[in-house]
Design a protein around this ligand. Structure first.
Ligand SMILES: Cc1cc2nc3c(=O)[nH]c(=O)nc-3n(C[C@H](O)[C@H](O)[C@H](O)COP(=O)(O)O)c2cc1C
Length: 344
C-alpha cells in the first residue's frame, strides 16, 4: 500500500481545511514545498471536488491527499434547535438573513465523493469525525488509495487501527478548527498533542501529530515523540495561497483577539477558534446537531463575512505565529534543516 509518509521531503503535512480555506493552490504548494498537502473535501459538491483534484494536479505532480467528514446521523432535539434559532434571530435580522425553520440532515454526498476520489486515484484519503465502514476502506485499498484517520484519543486510534487504516493523524487539544471526535456526543479527551502522539505510536502505524505547531521546536518535539511528521493548519491561514476570508486573516494578527476557545456555537460540533462576540454570546446554547447547526448559522456567516465578531475564526493555540508569507516560506521556516534553494 502506498505510504505518503515515505514520500515526505520535509516532515510537514498541510492540514485539510474545508469551508473555503483549502484551495488547489494551497494544497499543491504544500506538496511542492516537500511536505504533503491535504485538501478539504467537505462542504463542496462531488463535481467541485473532482474539479479541485484536477486543478491540484495541474499545479503539481507531487502526491497529495483529500479529507472527508464521516457523516453521523443523530436525533436532534427539536425544541433545543428552535430555541437556538430564536436566539440567533436578532443577529440574523441585522444581517438581513431568514433563518430556516428546520434543517434536514445531509451526509454531504459522502458516497459520491468516495466514488470521485477512487475514479481520480487520489493517493491518500483521510477521514475526520469517525471511520468509514470496512467496505469503503476495502474499495479505497483496491484502488491503491491509502487511508488515514484523524483521532483525538487512544481508544479512537485503536478502533481505527483495527478497522484497517494505514496511518493516523493524532489531533491534540490545541488544534484549530473542528475537533475530530468520532461521535458528536463524545466528550473532548482534551489530550495534548505530544501526549497523544506518544500514546498512539505504539499501535504501530505511522503517526502525524497535529495541533498547536508554531515553531521549528514544536516540529522537533512532535518528531521526537515518535511522529513521522507534524501537521499544520493555522500557520497556513494567512498565506496568499489559502482561501481564508480577509477578516479571518486580519483577526489572526489583531491584538484585540487574545485567545482561542472550543465551542459548538457555529456548527453543533466542537471546534477551536479565536474568541469573538458570537462565541461569547452563543457558546453553550447550540444543540448537538451537525451539520444542521452549521447550516443554520451559515447564512448569517455568509452575509457577515467581513465581520470578525460574527464569522468563525478557526485557529489553533499557535495563531500568533501565523504570518502573511508564502506556503514555501512557512514550511522552510519550520524545517531549517531542509535544503535551501541551492540544494545545500
Ligand atoms: C480553518 C481550519 C479548517 C479546518 N478544516 C479541517 C477539515 O476540513 N478537515 C480536517 O480533518 N481538519 C480540519 N482542520 C483541522 C486540521 O486538520 C488540524 O487538525 C489543525 O489545523 C492542526 O492544528 P493547528 O491549526 O494548530 O495547526 C481545520 C483547521 C482549521 C484551522
Amino acid at each position: 500500500m502506498y505510504s505518503f509518509t515515505d514520500d515526505l521531503r520535509v516532515p510537514i503535512v498541510g492540514a485539510p481545511m474545508a469551508g473555503g480555506t483549502s484551495t488547489p493552490a494551497l494544497t499543491a504548494a504544500v506538496s511542492e514545498a516537500g511536505g504533503f498537502g491535504f485538501h478539504g473535501g467537505a462542504y463542496v459538491s462531488p463535481e467541485t471536488l473532482r474539479a479541485d483534484v484536477r486543478s491540484i494536479r495541474e499545479l503539481t505532480d507531487q502526491p497529495f491527499g483529500v479529507n472527508l467528514f464521516v457523516p453521523e446521523q443523530v436525533d436532534v432535539d427539536d425544541l433545543e434547535f428552535a430555541a437556538y434559532r430564536e436566539r440567533l434571530t436578532p443577529l440574523a435580522e441585522r444581517a438581513g438573513v431568514d433563518l430556516p425553520e428546520s434543517v434536514p440532515f445531509t451526509d454531504d454526498a459522502f458516497d459520491a465523493k468516495i466514488d470521485v476520489l477512487i475514479a481520480e486515484r487520489v493517493p491518500v484519503v483521510s477521514f475526520t469525525f469517525g471511520l468509514p465502514d470496512r467496505n469503503t476502506i476495502d474499495r479505497l485499498h483496491d484502488a491503491e488509495i491509502a487511508v488515514s484517520s484523524t483521532v483525538t484519543s487512544i481508544d479512537e486510534a485503536r478502533t481505527a487501527t483495527e478497522r484497517g487504516v494505514d496511518s493516523l493523524c493524532a489531533q491534540g487539544f490545541s488544534a484549530g478548527g473542528h475537533r475530530a471526535m468520532f461521535r458528536i456526543h463524545d466528550a473532548d479527551p482534551q489530550m495534548d498533542t505530544l501526549d497523544l502522539v506518544r500514546a498512539v505510536v505504539p499501535l504501530g502505524l505511522p503517526v502525524v501529530g497535529a495541533g498547536g505547531v508554531a515553531t521549528p521546536l514544536d516540529v522537533e518535539a512532535i518528531l521526537e515523540a515518535g511522529a513521522v511528521a507534524a501537521q499544520v493548519g493555522t500557520l497556513l491561514l494567512r498565506t496568499p495561497e489559502a482561501g481564508t476570508r480577509q477578516a479571518h486573516k486580519d483577526a489572526l494578527a489583531d491584538p484585540r483577539f487574545t485567545q482561542t476557545v472550543t465551542t459548538r456555537a457555529y456548527s453543533g460540533r466542537l471546534a477551536r477558534g479565536l474568541e469573538n462576540d458570537f462565541i461569547r454570546t452563543n457558546d453553550g446554547h447550540a444543540p448537538l446537531a451537525y451539520p444542521q447547526v452549521n447550516t443554520l448559522t451559515g447564512g448569517i456567516r455568509k452575509a457577515s463575512e467581513s465581520d470578525a465578531d460574527v464569522i468563525n475564526l478557526w485557529a489553533g493555540s499557535g495563531f500568533r505565529e501565523a504570518r502573511a508569507v508564502s506556503v514555501a516560506e512557512v514550511i522552510s521556516g519550520l524545517t531549517p534543516q531542509a535544503p535551501n534553494r541551492f540544494g545545500q
